[in-house]
Design a protein around this ligand. Structure first.
Ligand code: ACM
Length: 767
């Protein structure tokens, strides 16, 4: 059967009409037509390149390796011309798509032909061919539908920022990220290499930067484990290898050397670079630290010397100089900085920062490079040649583009990958509010406030992976994937072809690629959520169970007999009723019956219905800050997590049914209070303690309500412990307010879970 279906502007169907095969490409190509006969690729199908085209050969080898790894299909690369049906990769000045990153891909009964004018385009065509060759399941021969693709990217800057300063990734781990970027047609790795908590790039001229600056002594190592230093750095050889590895995959690495703030590790290495003359430690704290570079000529020269080595390592046009979150307290307090400002005729510390950044911009320009920085660099004025990366929402991008600067959109929280992706109890670390896969997909990079001419300044978009709370690569992978798929489609695909539901249909193939490559992606968007009305269930002994998932996709199947749910388990249509105790297990399945997420379960009995996990306890009124953390540096797994609010250590247990309840148990963690809040310190709420180390006080109805229990916090002992005590008897449904009165200078306490217990269970604190 021959069919002609143009999918360029319509929603993209995962099923290519008439072939029964899937066309699961992410990001969705600019133009896709399905017409003609399918082609079957087998182990006998060669990948053919021109003998003299080294780049095409490299791309063909890459395609063969990827296909072998993810599809268990070994294809041989041979020199052309093709002798029969083949996958042909060819650079051709006459290719129908002229964009340097564009390509044409045609599947006919004679094979798959990818042509592009430039190497990058050929590479992206090969990535698309790989996706066509590797549907979700199976190995061996693969039938590829007769697609005709004409493709090029929407944006030139399709970026991911990786913070290797807060937590360090090995070079192998960085390569893993680069591999995935390539498979998503992303092309800029913004590498955050210096910060208060670590300096991670070897600078030959200044060895102290890594001898001292690459190592910190974190607080709060697990009890019994002596505080050991944490850190690491990339040698110049490591960096050259990473840059080359990325370049082979058409990814430019843009290094960031953050200044004038986020400088504590540098000042710890060379105190003469700082403002106070004193040597601070490399920071063990998260947040906004006060240490700035001073503004002496010697410091400017130091940093320009650093930039010399940076430019020698990184061929990128853009060099990122940070500029974010430089609180100016030290500059304001320094007679030397103030004198320098007067001497330069500068009226404000913001103007001083502008001058400082300007020195770097001129230096970079003189060496044929361009400066890019976070949107704070706009504050004191900026040379037109500077490019602005907008992170404080999109306002910086709008202001910068209106002033004629090029901009990259990487706003918080929309494109921050340290935002959690759901509020699920089994989600790992991150900031709240959560930014779902769908919200990533929906983000539009060109602000409506820009005219068409101003919009020309939008180079593209970037997601930022900050790693304060991502101690391992598994945390990073969970945060990045599959939101990278949504980012890639937003950054590559024409707006008119973006289609959330089509994307969801294409995603399972991508998830299979992740599994084949051992990428620890998050299944949060698909995981079954099992909900009940707790108090109604406790009262009646029966629970009405509602199932859902975040992406509202797939079919939900469940069991109530403890077995794992499969396609033959009951299909969820409307809420169903079970009697307590019952364990409900549920899973979302795709159209072909494969799991979209691992099955989830919920135990429904009185004890668990009377227990709230960390994310189910709300903030107390007055402070909305929420962060889910693990004790660091010792977290090696994704759980358990603790939701904290560094401004007000107070949680609400809403609508507690207190009939028959006589005690409370609170699973607690003692965390180091290693948060620098800078000017937000004034927002911290202190609670009056009755003892030196404070207690957990349980109030009825509100945080000003009657005290039902006071549970003293242990002075020492293990970092995780349970507080348990009698709760004055009450009837009916009430909110409970759980306040930690511990001194704000001391440790920070987090709640893992709070459980209401029958009157018999009112024993004291348990360790
Ligand atoms: C930033 O998040 N400080 C750029």
């Amino acid at each position: 059967m021959r069919t002609v279906v143009c999918l360029a502007l319509a929603g993209f169907a995962a099923l290519a009409h008439g072939t029964g095969a899937t066309v699961d490409v992410i990001p969705m190509p600019a133009q896709v037509t399905v017409a003609g006969d399918a082609f079957t690729v087998s182990a006998q199908t060669p990948i053919v390149v021109d003998a003299d085209d080294v780049a095409a050969r490299r791309t063909a080898d890459y395609l063969a390796a990827l296909t072998a790894r993810t599809r268990h299909l070994s294809l041989q690369v041979t020199n052309g011309p093709a002798q029969g049906p083949a996958i042909v990769l060819k650079r051709d000045a006459q290719a129908p798509v002229s964009h340097a990153e564009g390509y044409a891909l045609d599947v006919t009964s004679q094979g798959i032909r990818v042509v592009a004018r430039e190497e990058a385009g050929l590479f992206y065509g090969a990535i698309t061919a790989w996706q066509l060759l590797s549907p979700a399941h199976g190995s061996g021969d693969v039938q590829v539908p007769a697609v005709h693709i004409r493709d090029e990217p929407r944006f030139a800057w399709r970026g991911l920022m990786l913070d290797s300063a807060r937590h360090f990734q090995t070079t192998a781990e960085v390569r893993t990220i680069i591999d995935q970027m390539a498979q998503h047609k992303l092309n800029v790795l913004h590498w955050h290499l210096t910060d208060d908590q670590g300096w991670r790039i070897e600078i030959k001229r200044y060895p102290e930067l890594t001898r001292i600056g690459a190592w910190r002594t974190p607080p709060g190592a697990a009890e019994g484990v002596p505080a050991t230093r944490y850190g690491g750095f990339y040698t110049q050889d490591d960096i050259r290898a990473i840059v080359a590895y990325a370049a082979d995959r058409h990814i430019v690495v843009v290094p960031e050397i953050d200044m004038p703030g986020h400088a504590q590790a540098a000042v710890a290495s060379y105190p003469e670079l700082g403002v106070t003359g004193k040597r601070p430690p490399v920071s063990p704290d998260w947040g906004v630290n006060p240490y700035l570079y001073n503004v002496d000529d010697a410091t400017v020269h130091f940093l320009q010397n650093v930039l010399d080595e940076v430019m020698a390592l990184f061929p990128s046009t853009y060099i990122h100089v940070g500029g974010d979150e430089a609180v100016k307290d030290q500059w304001k307090a320094s007679a030397a900085v103030q004198a320098r400002m007067r001497a330069l005729g500068l009226k404000s510390e913001n103007a001083m920062q502008s001058w400082f950044i300007g020195q770097m911009g001129q230096y970079l320009n003189a060496h044929g490079r361009r400066l890019i920085g976070w949107d704070e660099i706009l504050e004191g004025g900026l040379p037109a040649s500077a490019t602005v990366m907008s992170w404080r929402g999109t306002q910086g991008a709008i202001a910068a583009a209106k002033q004629g600067h090029d901009v990259v959109l990487s706003p918080a929280p929309q494109l921050y990958l340290d935002q959690m992706q759901s509020d699920r109890a089994d989600e790992t670390t991150g900031r709240l509010p959560s930014m779902s896969l769908e919200s990533y997909y929906a983000f539009e990079a060109v602000p409506k406030q820009l005219s068409a001419a101003q919009a020309q300044h939008v180079l593209g978009m970037q997601a930022n992976m900050w790693t304060e709370h991502m101690p391992t690569i598994r945390h990073v992978e969970h945060a990045v994937f599959p939101r990278m798929d949504a980012l890639a489609e937003s950054a590559w695909t024409p707006v008119a072809s973006r289609d959330w539901h089509g994307f969801l249909d294409r995603l399972p193939t991508q998830l299979a690629h992740y599994r084949a490559q051992d990428i620890g992606y998050a299944d949060s968007a698909f995981a079954a959520t099992i909900e009940v009305d707790r108090n109604a269930a406790i009262a009646s002994g029966r629970a009405s169970v509602t199932l859902s998932n975040q992406a509202k996709t797939g079919s939900l199947h469940y069991t109530t007999d403890g077995s794992l749910p499969t396609a033959s388990s009951p299909l969820y249509i409307t809420p169903f009723s079970v009697s307590l105790p019952t364990t409900v297990k549920a899973v979302a399945l795709g159209p072909d019956g494969t799991q979209l997420a691992a099955p989830r379960e919920r135990v429904l009995d009185v004890a668990s219905l009377n227990t709230r996990s960390t994310g189910e306890l709300e903030n107390c009124p007055g402070s909305d800050f929420r962060l889910r953390v693990q004790p660091t540096p010792d977290a090696t797994t994704l759980a358990p997590t603790y939701l904290i609010n560094v401004f007000d250590n107070c949680r609400l247990y809403r609508t507690a049914k207190l009939d028959g309840v006589g005690a409370i148990r609170v699973d607690t963690v003692r965390l180091p209070r290693n948060y620098q809040l800078a000017h937000d310190q004034k927002l911290v709420v202190a609670h009056k303690a009755g003892t030196l180390q404070g207690e957990l006080v349980v109030h009825l109805d509100s945080c000003k309500g009657r005290v039902l229990a006071t549970l003293p916090l242990p002075k020492d002992g293990p970092a995780t412990f349970s507080l348990q005590g009698a709760l004055a008897r009450q009837a009916g449904v009430h909110d409970l307010c759980l306040v930690f009165t511990s001194p704000i200078s001391g440790p920070l306490y987090g709640i893992g879970a709070a459980a209401l217990l029958p009157a018999a269970d009112s024993a004291g604190t348990k360790r």
